[in-house]
Design a protein. Sequence first.
Length: 359
Amino acid sequence: MVYKIAVLPGDGIGPEVTVQAVKVLKAAGRRFGLEFDLHEGYIGGAAYDATGHPLPPETMELCQQSDAILLGAIGGPKWDNLPVHLRPEAGALLPLRKALNAYANLRPAMIFPALTDASTLKREVVEGLDLLVVRELTGGIYFGEKKRESIPGGERATDTLVYTTAEIERIARKGYEMARQRRKKLTSVDKANVLESSRLWRDVITRLAPEYPDVETSHMLVDNCAMQLVRFPTQFDVLLTENMFGDILSDLAAQLTGSLGMLASASVGDGVGLFEPSHGSAPKYTGLNVINPIATILSGAMMLRFSLGQPEAARAIDDAVGAVLRKGYRTRDIMEEGRQRVSTEEMGDLIAAQVENPN
Ligand code: IPM
Ligand code: MG
C-alpha cells in the first residue's frame, strides 16, 4: 500500500517533532510493508512568512488530496500581533479543521506504566489511567459569531456559543463508537445548570443513550469534571464534551500522564484526518533538541489506526514507545532520577529502532 501523507511541520518545535514522527512511520512502513508518499506544506507563521497567509491555497489543496495529514505545531510570539485572520491559530488551524470537517477530536490520556511516577499526582491516583477525551471540534464558541464594538466608556466584545442537534448527535455517536471499543463507559460533560446549548447537548445524549444499551452513560457538569480529574481520574473511560470544555479538560488530562509531551490527538470527521500532538509550538525550546517527540509519534500511530486502516502498525508504535520508556530513556519533561536523559532526536531514533526490531 502507498499512502499519500501531507506533512505540515509548522512553527517553533513543530519541525523537530514532525521529523521524529516521520522517522517512526517509515520504520513501521519497513516492518509492515507500507509505503508513504510524503509531501511537505507550509502552515502557520512559517506559511505567513513564506506566502503572506498562514493557510495558503497550495497547503489546503495538498491536504484535500492526501490520505491523512501530520501536523507539528503552529504559532509563536512573532505572529501574535497580526490581524486575527492572519494569525496561525485563527487563520490556519481553525479554518483547516473546519474545511476538513474534522468535527471529532480524539485525545487519549493514558499513563505508560513506566511513567507512573513522572506524574505530578500521586502514583495511587494515576495508576492505570486510560481515558479518551472526545472533543467536538468544529462548533461551539470557537466558531460562533464574534464582534467587538465601542460603547460609552470602553468596548464590548461578544463570542457566541452555538450548537445544533445535528452537530451534537454526530459527535455523540463518535463518542459512543469509541466507548464500544473500550470499557463501555461514556461521561458526557456539560454546563447544563447554566447554558442553553448544554441543555440541548444533554437532551440529545439522553435521547441517544438507549440506542447504546451496552454503554453506561452518565452526565457530569464541567466544573465537577475538572475536580474529579485530579481527585479520581481512573473513574473515566470516554469523556464526551463540546469544543472549549474539551480544550481545557484535555490539557488537564494530559498532565495526569506526566507531561503534555505525551498526548497525541486525531481530528477526524467525514474528510481527511488530521493528526497532531496536543501541545503547542513551545517557542522557547525551538532548536534545542530537548522537546519530547512522543506526542507526535503517537499521533502517527493514531493516523495508522484511524485513517489508514493499519491497526497492527499502530500498535507496534504504541508498544515501541512503552518499551523505550521501560528501558529507562527519558526526554527532559519526563526525566526522573536514575533514568537516561535523551534528546528529541535520540528518542525518535530509539523508538524507530524498537518499531523495526522489537526486542
Ligand atoms: C488545541 C489548541 C488549539 C485549540 C489552539 C491552538 C487554537 O489549544 O488544539 O487544543 O484551542 O483548539
Ligand atoms: Mg488546547
